[in-house]
Design a protein. Structure first.
Length: 206
């Protein structure tokens, strides 16, 4: 799944360190310097402590990771399984008769170095918005019609796996209730609150 993420470069660098260690290169100073040069190019680089002890380490070039011409929906489902979120938002609203606004949100998040990949995902899907903040890039869909007519059918055809699939199922339940305007009734609102209370980090796996 990491094949088209910039994280693939970290994986390739990690493999090169494993090869050096398998060759026992980490048992001498020259080998340690090589390993640290590779480590300096991985993730967020060397720790402050290592930079103090080894101030002259030169990071090796990061391997290039090429983007595909298009997005494979099976890959997107796998990526969402790992990095996606299906969220139900409930907040007070003076502009709604019930005093409450219900909205749905789908998002995937990654390091900002994968912004070009997220642009490709947005282009492939044809909807959603991209937001960047600090070192994070997010692809977010909030428009109900896009969620109901595009996101949900997409993952019906290319299923989410693992525990994330439980959040997806609950997300679909809320979408169905909203489609029938049940969220505008007291009973429907309570039902949505109950579903939300068991989603994401609040889910009880016991």
């Amino acid at each position: 799944m990491i094949g088209i993420l910039k994280k693939r470069a970290d994986f390739e660098l990690f493999k090169s360190i494993v090869v050096l260690m398998d060759q026992k290169k980490h048992l001498n100073l020259e080998g340690i310097i090589k390993i640290l040069s590779i480590r300096a190019s991985m993730n967020i680089g060397l720790s402050r402590e290592l930079k103090v002890v080894f101030p002259n380490i030169t990071p090796v070039p990061r391997p290039l990771v090429e983007l595909p011409e298009n997005i494979d929906p099976n890959w997107l489902a796998g990526f969402t399984t790992a990095e996606g979120c299906f969220f139900v938002d409930i907040k007070k609203s003076l502009s709604h008769k019930s005093g409450v606004q219900i909205s749905l949100l789908f998002q995937i998040v990654q390091h900002s170095r994968d912004t070009l990949l997220f642009n490709l995902i947005q282009k492939y899907l044809g909807y959603g918005k991209i937001y960047t903040e600090k070192n994070i890039v997010k692809f977010i869909v909030t428009r109900f019609l896009d969620l109901d007519l595009k996101i949900i059918p997409l993952f019906e055809k290319y299923p989410i796996q693992g525990v994330k699939s439980l959040d997806y199922v609950d997300f679909c339940k809320v979408a169905a209730l909203m489609k029938e305007n049940c969220h505008k009734t007291k009973e429907g609102l309570e039902q949505i609150r109950d579903i939300k209370s068991g989603m994401n980090t609040k889910r009880n796996y016991g």
